[in-house]
Ligand binder design. Structure first.
Ligand code: SAM
Length: 290
């Protein structure tokens, strides 16, 4: 069996990913190799001339094959970083996106200024990325995390245990906020929602790694993508305390129609927050404090 070094293997597999049309071939090739070897990226750079064992090469080549077929890296490694925390992800949950961190940061900022306690809600929790990060960085808040998917809730609960915050998060299987705990109604300081917001007609034009591998239940937001948010808004109003905040992640062109769905008698301080790419990404609004 011939010797193949880390560097040779990386070159070869990067080229294969490039030819398959993968957007960041070198990065993906490195991340998958560190996963197989159990190394950090730093260690990989320092050991470029080291030979790679045959079994590791076989395993790596299989992963690269799947990546070349469009499987997202996070589903291959089984984890994804969000808010500097490591989250377990499976094909039952959406892979947390970096832009969602902006919503979490906004909640953390507000809640820190308002005092250490409180109740925050994550509706459509998926991997638990929002709920677990909030519980981790706001170490005295209580969190209610809801999802319609039993499988997603199991992944989220695992992530809560992994980060030592399971004791402060209540997981609820629920269609939007229908099963929100009755005793907590009218008490939430924040409701953060990253619900499906892709218009059904656009599902087919999503990149294959999204449409082909991420759960459609986590993506399809109905006719114009805003079906779930339209249903959520009146429910959120009853769960928030007067003066509490609702934050919703959206896609391009959705800010104005979503703002139009917030009745002016009930909601104030409505604002659009842009992401780092300068795109409208969140609508936030405050329940009328009176
Ligand atoms: C876009 S994913 C967001 C996951 C996670 N919050 C994040 O930011 O990474 C949307 C989530 O909403 C859930 N969902 C879809 N329809 C729902 C409904 N009617 N009620 C509650 N959750 C729903 C999906 O199962 C999925 O986990």
């Amino acid at each position: 069996v011939s010797t193949v070094t880390v560097q040779q293997l990386l070159r070869k597999e990067t080229e294969r990913l490039r030819q398959a049309g993968v957007e960041s071939p070198r990065l993906d090739a490195e991340v998958l190799l560190t996963h197989v070897l159990g190394w950090s990226r730093e260690k990989l750079y320092v050991h470029m001339q080291e030979p790679v064992r045959f079994e590791d090469r076989t395993c790596y080549t299989e992963l690269v094959d799947r990546r070349a077929n469009g499987v997202p890296v996070a589903y291959l490694t089984g984890h994804k970083e969000f808010m500097s925390l490591e989250f377990t992800v499976t094909s039952d949950v959406l892979i947390p996106r970096p832009e969602t961190e902006l919503l979490v940061e906004r909640v953390i900022e507000h809640m820190s200024a308002a005092g250490p306690q409180g109740l925050v809600v994550d509706v459509g929790t998926g991997s638990g990325a929002i709920a677990v990060s909030l519980a981790k960085y706001l170490n005295r808040v209580r969190v209610v995390a809801l999802d319609i998917s039993t499988q997603a809730l199991a992944v989220a609960a695992g992530n809560a245990r992994r980060h030592g915050v399971a004791g402060r998060i209540t997981f609820v299987e629920s269609n939007l906020l229908e099963a929100f705990p009755p005793e907590a109604r009218g008490q939430a300081d924040w409701i953060a929602a990253n619900l499906p917001y892709i218009a059904s007609g656009e599902m087919a034009s999503l990149p294959r790694e999204v449409a082909g591998y991420e759960p459609h239940l986590a993506l399809d937001g109905g006719c114009d993508g805003l079906d779930l948010y339209r249903r959520l808004i009146p429910q959120a109003w009853t769960c928030l305390k007067p003066g509490g905040w609702l934050g919703m992640e959206i896609g391009p062109g959705q800010a104005q129609p979503l703002i139009a769905a917030l009745p002016r008698d009930n909601w104030i301080e409505t604002a659009v927050i842009k992401d780092y790419a300068g795109l409208d990404r969140f609508v936030v609004a405050r329940r009328w404090p009176g």
